[in-house]
Design a protein around this ligand. Structure first.
Ligand code: SAM
Length: 315
C-alpha cells in the first residue's frame, strides 16, 4: 500500500465532528494530499467530496490517491475563499459539511523548490498557487522597511521585526534576495543571538512571509463567511489551525455568529435583532492526542474548532 507523506491531522476528531450523512455532500477546502478526504469518502456511505486546493502539485497527488473513488470526488484548483463559486460549478447550492485544515502541507514544506523552508535552500517563492504574482522575493526586495516590519511583527510575532526589516533593506541594496538560504543567513545574524531554548531564528519571519504571500488571514476571514452560506441547516464546519492568529479569527467569527444579541452592555432590552446562525460544538479548541503527537510532531500546534449551522428561523 502506498504511504502518503502527509499524515492527516486529528483525523478521528475531523470525521466525528463533520458527521456522516448518508449520501452527503462535503467540501474539503484544503484537500492537500487528500488524507482527510480519503477518510470521508471511505467512512461516510455514498458521500461526495469537492476538494479544493490552491496547489497544483498537491492536487495531482490527491488525484492519484483518490482515483479509486471515481466520480464521488471532484478536485478543483482554487482558493477556499471562493468555495461558493466552486460549489456552483459542480451544481451544489448547500452542503452537509466543510473542512478547512489550513496552513501548508509537509509536501510543500519539504520540497526545497517551493521555498517555504528555511532549512532547505531554494528559490524565495512560498506561493501555494504558483500562478500568483507575489512571491516572498517580491516582498523582501520591494516592500518598505515599515511594511516589512509590520509583516514580521503581525504575522510572525517576531520581537526583532524592526531590526530584521532594516537589515533586509540594507542588504538588498547590495544584492536582491533570491534564495531562502540568503534570508535564513541574515535571520541567523539578526535574530539568532537569543538565549535559552527558542525556535530556530528564521522560523517566525519565514512563517510571516508565507502568510503575507498567500494572504492567508484574509482567505480565512472570507472562507468562514462563504462556508456559513453554503452549509445547510445541521451542516457542520470544522476548522483546524496551526497559528494563534488563525485560531483567533475562527474563534471570534464563531462567537459572533453564535451570539443572539450584540447590543452594547447596559441596554434594558435587546434592540439589535441579531439571530444566531450557528451553534459552537467545541467550547474550547480540541488538541491532538498524546498518541498522535508521538507519531506526528508537526501536529503539535493544531487546534480544531467545529460548529453546526442553525436553521434560518432558529432564534
Ligand atoms: C495542512 S494542508 C492540508 C492537508 C490535507 N487535509 C490532507 O489530509 O492531506 C493545507 C493545504 O491547504 C492548502 N491551502 C492553504 N490555503 C488555501 C486556500 N486559501 N485555498 C485553498 N487551499 C489552500 C495548501 O496548499 C495545502 O495543500
Amino acid at each position: 500500500m502506498t504511504q502518503w507523506p502527509h499524515q492527516p491531522v486529528m483525523l478521528e476528531e475531523v470525521c466525528e465532528h463533520l458527521k456522516a450523512v448518508p449520501g452527503g455532500r462535503y467540501i474539503d477546502g484544503t484537500v492537500g494530499l487528500g488524507g482527510h478526504t480519503e477518510a470521508v469518502l471511505s467512512r461516510f456511505p455514498d458521500s461526495h467530496v469537492l476538494g479544493v486546493d490552491r496547489d497544483r502539485d498537491a492536487l495531482a497527488q490527491a488525484g492519484q490517491r483518490l482515483a479509486g473513488f471515481g466520480d464521488r470526488v471532484v478536485l478543483v484548483q482554487g482558493s477556499y475563499s471562493e468555495m461558493e463559486r466552486h460549489a456552483t460549478q459542480v451544481g451544489w447550492d448547500r452542503v452537509d459539511g466543510i473542512l478547512l485544515d489550513i496552513g501548508i502541507s509537509s509536501m510543500q514544506l519539504d520540497t526545497a523548490g517551493r521555498g517555504f523552508s528555511h532549512r532547505l535552500d531554494g528559490p524565495l517563492d512560498m506561493r501555494m498557487d504558483r500562478r500568483g504574482p507575489v512571491t516572498a522575493a517580491t516582498i523582501v526586495n520591494t516592500w518598505t522597511e515599515d511594511q516589512l516590519t509590520d509583516v514580521f511583527r503581525r504575522y510572525g510575532e517576531e520581537r526583532r521585526a524592526r531590526q530584521v526589516a532594516r537589515a533586509v533593506v540594507a542588504e538588498r541594496e547590495e544584492r536582491p534576495f533570491a534564495r531562502t538560504a540568503e534570508l535564513a543567513e541574515l535571520l541567523q545574524r539578526v535574530v539568532g543571538q537569543r538565549r535559552g531554548p527558542t525556535l530556530p531564528p528564521a522560523t517566525r519571519c519565514f512563517q510571516a512571509l508565507r502568510i503575507a504571500v498567500n494572504r492567508e488571514l484574509a482567505e480565512l476571514e472570507a472562507g468562514l463567511v462563504s462556508a456559513l452560506k453554503l452549509l445547510r441547516p445541521g451542516g457542520r464546519l470544522v476548522v483546524i489551525s496551526f497559528h494563534s492568529l488563525e485560531d483567533r479569527i475562527a474563534k471570534h467569527f464563531f462567537r459572533h455568529e453564535a451570539a443572539i444579541c450584540v447590543c452594547p452592555p447596559g441596554l434594558p432590552i435587546c434592540v439589535c435583532g441579531k439571530k444566531a446562525t450557528l451553534q459552537i460544538l467545541t467550547r474550547k479548541p480540541l488538541r491532538p492526542s498524546a498518541e498522535e503527537l508521538d507519531m506526528n510532531r508537526r501536529a503539535g500546534s493544531a487546534k480544531l474548532r467545529a460548529v453546526e449551522r442553525l436553521a434560518d428561523d432558529a432564534t
